[in-house]
Design a binder for this molecule. Structure first.
Ligand SMILES: C[S@@+](CC[C@H](N)C(=O)[O-])C[C@H]1O[C@@H](n2cnc3c(N)ncnc32)[C@H](O)[C@@H]1O
Length: 393
């Protein structure tokens, strides 16, 4: 428990204030993140977009809600200070001016990640060491016993001698939803899967087919969306250890969000894979999290799959989202071209009217689709991929 005087300062300088935050996204997904942020909390004001991130402001509840609700952001940083530093003496002086006890749990010496561009201070490891020393001395001066990072990380960006010091509010990357405990070969990150669903115009009221589901990232993201389960509902965040954190406020926010969770009358997400182990693991995950009302999992070869039915009648077309094996990580037996030609032919034969989103390793594979598709660049796991989106005509 912080002492009374400290509590007052936290109230005045942290709780009562609006802060600047940076939501980190994959490059190219900033626009989606802005759209999401605008829906998350009325107190959020967008300050600008940068390659790989969105700057926004608001008070702490806006930050909590952003961590709980954003699907496309990887983490959210809270800005603590911006200053010029051309040498270590200046850096130390400025770091020593930060009122660390307002932001960090008592005694915490956070982990530190440094990025430097065109700056006289460029030795990242030496910067990390200085941050640790300054924060350690800060606690020593206050007579507080120094501990380890306690799950806290500060980010220091040095850009043309200007330092931006931020505190990570998320902890483990936000793609870790706390839902999947299993994995298969080449899973997508949940944040990217959510982005692809948004880019493809996913409508939870319509069926979604994930016919090469692997670990089921698309299906689980769609399930959370269709049931209106906040993507962060099953995990904790670094901000929960901050001295300004209010457990009761957080509980209220989460309870309110969870009240909106829906039960579906019949599954609308259809996951399948050729691999029996993959579909078995996904089935277990779906059962463990009580998502059977929305996701149905089967072991199937995509090339034998038919559109889903309900009571003997085909469901109206929805979205079919495909992440086929490809490239450096997974090599299909057939040549790449033949494999994608077969996929295109199968879609044309059996999925007329369905929207299609397919992640492919090469833009020219668009020509293998016998219906018009648009290509959008996507970076995933260091690979430059293309998302093809179209409708089977
Ligand atoms: C790149 S992985 C999909 C990863 C998945 N999006 C995830 O996030 O875990 C490709 C998947 O396609 C499956 N697959 C390959 N050929 C298939 C076929 N003909 N029918 C169904 N699944 C197939 C593989 O078993 C593998 O799980």
């Amino acid at each position: 428990m912080p002492p009374i005087n400290l509590k007052k300062q936290i109230k005045r300088h942290v709780i009562a204030q609006s802060h600047q935050y940076y939501a980190a996204t994959l490059p190219g997904l900033e626009g989606l993140c802005v759209a999401e942020l605008s829906q998350v909390h009325q107190d959020i004001s967008i300050q600008g977009t940068f390659t790989g991130g969105v700057l926004f402001s608001g008070r702490l509840p806006a930050l909590y809600e952003a961590n709980l609700q954003l699907r496309t952001a990887g983490r959210i940083l809270m800005r603590l200070a911006e200053f010029k530093a051309t040498n270590f003496r200046q850096l130390e002086k400025k770091l020593a001016e930060v009122a660390w006890s307002l932001y960090l749990p008592a005694g915490c010496v956070p982990a530190c990640k440094v990025t430097t561009h065109q700056s006289r201070l460029y030795h990242s490891q030496a910067i990390v060491q200085h941050v640790a020393e300054v924060v350690g001395s800060y606690w020593n001066d206050q007579g507080v016993e120094v501990t380890g990072p306690q799950g806290q990380t500060v980010y220091l960006l040095m850009q043309e001698d200007m330092a931006t010091l931020s505190l990570d509010s998320s902890g483990p990357n936000l793609y870790l939803r706390g839902l999947k405990t299993h994995t298969t070969t080449a899973p997508l990150r949940e944040t990217l899967a959510a982005a692809i669903l948004q880019l493809a115009g996913y409508d939870p009221a319509r069926p979604l087919i994930d016919p090469m589901c692997g670990s089921g990232t698309f299906s689980l993201e769609a399930a959370l969306w269709a049931k209106q389960i906040p993507p962060g509902a099953l995990r904790d965040f670094a901000f929960m250890q901050w001295p300004a954190f209010s457990q009761s406020q957080w509980r209220y926010m989460k309870t309110k969000a969870l009240k909106a969770v829906k039960t579906l009358v019949r599954p609308m997400v259809f996951a399948s894979d050729l691999d029996t182990a993959a579909s078995a693991q996904l089935s277990q995950c779906v059962a463990r999290h009580r998502l059977e009302d929305v996701v149905r999992v089967r072991t199937r070869d995509f090339f034998t799959l038919q559109p889903p039915q309900h009571e003997g009648r085909r469901l109206a077309p929805g979205l079919i989202v495909i992440n086929p094996p490809y490239g450096r990580r997974l090599k299909p037996d057939q040549s790449l071209l033949t494999f994608f030609q077969r996929i295109g032919k199968k879609l044309q034969e059996d999925f007329k009217g369905w929207r299609v989103a397919m992640l492919v390793p090469r833009t020219e594979l668009a020509r293998q689709m016998p219906f018009p598709v648009k290509g959008m660049p996507i970076v995933h796991g260091g690979l430059a991929l293309t998302l093809l989106v179209g409708r089977v005509g």
